[in-house]
Design a protein around this ligand. Sequence first.
Ligand SMILES: [Zn+2]
Length: 254
Amino acid sequence: MTTVGLKRVRCIVCGWRGEKSVILSTSSFGPPGLDLRPPPPHGSSVDLWVMDCPQCGYCAPDISEPIDIGDPSGSAGGTLDDAVDRRDAWRRVVRKLMSDDRYRSPFGIKDAVPQEAMTHLRCGVLELAGGRSADAGHSALRAAWICDDNAASSAGDDPRDVAAQCRRAALGLFQQAREAHQPFATDRIHEELLLIDLLRRTGDFVVAAERLSDLPRDIHDEERAIAVRQQGWVALQDRAAHHAQERPPEASVR
Ligand SMILES: [Zn+2]
């Protein structure tokens, strides 16, 4: 069960004051998704993992707090010894980032995205500005989960395509994270299993199958079992969300 409460916040960028919904407590039951989405109810509360300021558009896990964008003094010039100066420099850099096209259309996604998904994507843009590709990748992935949930609950426009766009953004960001030696899962095998699921969910079944066959032979039985199930979903060209223990129809598993 997830308990939600209201928190009084003051936006650290523009000073807007108001109340935002926050998770007071939550829990998870069952296996995670193949893309590491926590099981419900925690995994279903992803829209509450970030906040957006209705006045200036700042997006962060808590808009009362500065998101880490690296050292802002490089953009401000000179050395910033004073905390107030550092905070002002941080605000200038964040305002500049927020005025950029890359914040309006994060990761090149121009199609309509659910507001809560957009909040995660914009948080990802700021994380990436701080050189945090792994965190930005997870923000894009969380945006995809919200698009999935909206696709399941609405009969109108199909947001599944924007979910795929968010996943492609996540794939690119996780590749950048790997190049920057930033871990984005508990170990290399789980990173591979996550990338393979992102490829399957975006319909890139050929590359997903190649990466599955490139997995090391000596992985643990549990990970091997997940890989075999994933192989079944890839063989079926199935793009749906599945949890890690879910078995594809027998015929598809070699
Ligand atoms: Zn604000």
